[in-house]
Design a protein around this ligand. Structure first.
Ligand code: GDP
Length: 463
């Protein structure tokens, strides 16, 4: 197992995160009044990860004269005891000089770091999130420790920082038979190369839709006899399990709620759409399949669900289900595609596949679309290509002049994937009109082939 240190300045939410990872009860036992501790150990559980954790609390109470020195010392000790540091900042309040100073200290220790942008559920936390990039600790992972949001992304970031092998140490008998030979490093790797999509990682898929759209039928069709229960997924919800199946060699992991399982047994005809359940599934997933009933498509709730998926930053695919009931499939498909483009402009180019969960029609095509969309969601475009593009689009359609001065977009880079987010520096970010940002978003979507995935653009001042 490995050890993680939670570090950061006071009040960014370290203890809340500690409590969430360790479980409230355990943390309470440790909170004996009168006992001041500078480092608090615990055993953390995060989805399928288990690790030792060290919090650095207590600094909140230190006097101002001793605070900085102690904070620095405690942070250093905690990091030295750990294999990985979670550096927590407050995305709501933004960065302070102390954050910068501690980040510098963390960077100098040379340990793997996951930068955590906490309080990301708060309105106006976007600015703080993007500022966090300036700490030089890599891509921030947005979470809400208080509300338990972003825990899956945090899990992924930790696994990536520490490596699969350390995150999931093989059991002793496996270790003997499972000797891996390290691959030689490739020699002609370019600096700015776009990374290769990892086909070996399990893909987390959620299936959502209005009641009676055919979710349960579809899921049962997918799982068939191979239905494999992988046991409880801690940290998501008490009564949820994840199920896995293989599609052409790719592991597909699905989040199966208790509601779904009940549903499979008892048909509740008057069931209402549970947005909370949908949201839980969406947050679990990387790609979300939104099941429409092709015989009653584009109900308000269908549109709301697609919007919800994109707002949560997930990749989306639409399945037009019950296609076996459709009389004139060609005509209906053309009509549905036209409606998709018109009613869901924010999802331009989204993959929409006619299927039948009942007969199994076209499910391979649906799964191929899911994987293709996940690739797009993971895509990274090199800075060189983006800046060539930025020049070209500005020549073609220059940004408007505001009070006699022409706006100039200077530099562009992709700050993260999953979903793709871009930062553009320009002279006066606040005066770039919405319509021009939409023009850029649509251009990126079309020119870099990013359909069915939310695209985020952040403008910042730069010279
Ligand atoms: P859920 O509420 O979204 O889970 O929907 P169910 O899977 O329970 O399906 C609702 C109803 O639609 C059931 O009566 C299913 O038999 C029916 N159904 C589901 N998928 C299909 C399909 O592809 N074709 C047809 N003809 N009926 C379907």
């Amino acid at each position: 197992s490995f050890t993680v240190a939670i570090v950061g300045r006071p009040n960014v939410g370290k203890s809340t995160l500690f409590n969430r990872l360790v479980g409230k009860k355990l943390a309470l036992v440790d909170d004996t009044p009168g006992v001041t501790r500078d480092r608090r150990p615990g055993e953390a559980k995060l989805i399928d990860l288990r690790f030792h954790i060290i919090d650095t609390p207590g600094l909140e109470q230190a006097g101002p004269d001793t605070l900085e020195g102690r904070m620095r010392a405690q942070t250093e000790i905690a990091i030295d005891e750990a294999d990985l540091a979670l550096f927590v900042v407050d995305a709501k309040l933004g960065l302070t000089p102390i954050d910068q100073e501690l980040a510098e200290l963390v960077r100098r220790r040379g340990k793997p770091v996951v930068l955590v942008a906490n309080k990301a559920e708060a309105k106006g936390s976007d600015g703080g999130f993007y500022d966090a990039y300036t700490l030089g600790l890599g891509e921030p992972c947005p979470i809400s420790a208080e509300h338990g949001q972003g825990m899956i992304d945090l899990r992924d970031a930790i696994v990536e920082a520490i490596g699969e092998e350390r995150a999931f140490p093989p059991k002793v008998d496996e270790a003997v038979t499972n000797v891996s030979i390290p691959l030689p490093a490739s020699e002609d790797e370019e600096e700015d190369e776009e990374p290769v999509y990892d086909e070996t990682k399990p893909l987390r898929v959620a299936i959502i839709g209005r009641p009676n759209a055919g979710k349960s039928t579809l899921i049962n069709r997918f799982l068939g006899e191979d239905r494999l229960l992988t046991g409880p997924e801690a940290g998501i919800t008490r009564d949820s399990i994840s199920v896995e199946w293989d599609w052409r060699g790719r592991t597909i992991r699905m989040f199966d709620t208790a509601g779904m399982r009940r549903k499979a047994r008892v048909q509740e005809k008057l069931e209402k759409l549970s947005v909370a359940d949908s949201l839980r599934s969406i947050r679990f997933a990387e790609t979300v399949v939104i099941v429409f009933d092709a015989t009653i498509p584009f109900e308000k709730q269908d549109l709301q669900l697609v919007d919800l998926v994109l707002r949560e930053g997930r990749a989306a695919v639409i399945a037009f289900n019950k296609w076996d009931l459709v009389e004139d499939p060609q005509e209906l498909l053309a009509d549905l595609r036209e409606k998709t483009e018109r009613l869901l402009p924010q999802a331009r180019g989204i993959r929409a596949v006619p299927i039948s969960g009942q007969t199994g029609y076209s499910l391979d095509k649906l799964m191929q679309s899911v994987i293709d969309t996940d690739k797009v969601w993971n895509r990274r475009v090199s800075t060189a290509r983006l800046n060539r593009w930025l020049d070209a689009v500005q020549t073609q359609h220059p940004p408007p002049a505001v009070s006699g001065r022409r706006l100039k977009l200077k530099y562009m880079t992709q700050v993260k994937a999953r979903p793709p987010a871009f930062m553009i520096s320009c002279t006066r970010p606040e005066s770039v009109p919405e319509s021009y940002i939409r023009y850029l978003t649509n251009g990126i979507r079309a020119d870099f082939d990013i359909p069915g995935v939310p695209i985020r653009i952040h403008l910042k001042t730069g010279d």
